[in-house]
Design a protein around this ligand. Structure first.
Ligand SMILES: [Mg+2]
Length: 254
């Protein structure tokens, strides 16, 4: 089981922290949804818009954002994988995008809120997983560096509204990851102490945000752009994907 991954002393500490949990805060892309499958088509459209239809410029913009065209994947902790729309607009504007930075950010946010939810590919049966977690008394939320409107639209598309007590994006007023604001806002919204909350995500910024907020547990997942080498330094535990969360809780009899 998961505890076999750790030395005995670390396993018992992990068990104690799992038993203290009363809330789980999920990253969205790469954690609830398959990052590469969900974002490749949307990002290709975004780059074409930013490049005014010029194929070479669009390819350069994607590359600068962290897209590897040979493997058709996004690099861990890259701007596209981990940043927010404002950061992407900034770098694309500096590389020659055909509109000013603020206009580009608005166009990207609109595109992502309209098309991101449509193309999102869940990692697992999310209503089933969330129901089973809620049955364990856990409050559930989403903290994403995508925009709030896109996050809310995705939640509605997959019928998750009733299962989540908190959904925040980079523009919700709590700051963006790796800052701790969204994690602390989840604690405030639920009335939980940080040590009662776990953050689960696929990038370093998720783990850093959780660490800075002093959350009880940092859980990395390999379903997104990160891998063990990019997650293991800050994560307390690394799972293949969020479906492993139930097994992890069961090891601690949560
Ligand atoms: Mg992510």
């Amino acid at each position: 089981m998961e505890e076999a991954l750790f030395p005995d002393s670390k396993a018992s500490a992990l068990t104690r922290r799992l038993r203290a949990l009363r809330g789980v805060l999920f990253d969205k892309d790469g954690t609830l949804f398959d990052f590469h499958a969900s974002w490749r088509p949307v990002m290709e459209r975004a780059a074409r818009i930013a490049a005014g239809g010029q194929p070479d410029l669009a390819a350069a913009l994607l590359r600068a954002g962290g897209y590897d065209s040979s493997s058709k994947t996004f690099q861990a902790d890259s701007i596209i994988a981990a940043g927010h729309t404002g950061q992407l607009a900034e770098i694309w504007h500096s590389l020659g995008a055909v509109m000013d930075r603020d206009t580009l950010q608005r166009r990207l946010d609109t595109l992502f809120s309209e098309e991101g939810p449509r193309d999102a590919v869940p990692v697992t049966d999310l209503p089933c997983l969330f129901t089973r977690l809620a049955e364990r008394g856990l409050a559930l939320g989403i903290a994403t560096n995508d925009g709030q409107e896109a996050a809310q639209a995705t939640v509605r598309r997959f019928g998750l509204e009733e299962m989540l007590c908190f959904v925040a994006g980079y523009d919700s007023g709590h700051g963006s990851k790796p800052e701790p604001g969204m994690a602390l806002a989840f604690c405030q919204a639920t009335g939980l102490s940080p040590h009662q909350v776990a953050m689960i995500g696929d990038n370093d910024h998720d783990m850093t945000s959780a660490r800075v907020a002093n959350l009880g547990l940092c859980i990395g997942v390999l379903s997104g752009t990160g891998d063990r080498s990019t997650l293991q330094d800050k994560a307390d535990v690394v799972l293949e994907d969020i479906a492993g969360l139930l097994n992890l809780l069961e090891t601690a009899h949560v």
